[in-house]
Design a protein. Structure first.
Length: 114
């Protein structure tokens, strides 16, 4: 059974940092693209970042230069380092493994106060 568990969310002041983790079980992490999405209250879920098995990375324009996605295949874990956080980064952050029919985690809340 595939399971993705996010952690690391919380409340932080604007300008602060958080590091989200996505621990995967039941799949070989290294062969999947791993992505982060977020959903703000009243808004649709939006793409944040993706890292492919070859190491190539992609970011939404809104987070480029502030967020860094990475994986540790030995630990079957993905990360999202978030720096220079802004109030508009507030939302529930979800990790996903795969692209066409991704596996999803349950999400972790990130709240950035102004």
């Amino acid at each position: 059974q595939v399971k993705l568990v996010e952690s690391g969310g919380g409340l932080v002041e604007a300008g602060g940092s958080l590091r989200l983790s996505c621990a995967a079980s039941g799949l070989t992490f290294s062969i999947y693209a791993m992505s982060w999405f977020r959903q703000a209250p009243g808004k649709e879920r939006e793409f944040v970042a993706r890292i492919r098995p070859d190491g190539s990375t992609y970011y939404a324009d809104s987070v480029k230069g502030r967020f860094t996605i990475s994986t540790d295949n030995a630990k079957n874990t993905g990360y999202l380092q978030m720096d220079s956080l802004k109030p508009e980064d507030t939302g529930v952050y979800y990790c996903a493994a795969g692209v066409t029919k991704p596996y999803w985690g349950q999400g972790t809340q990130v709240t950035v106060s102004s």
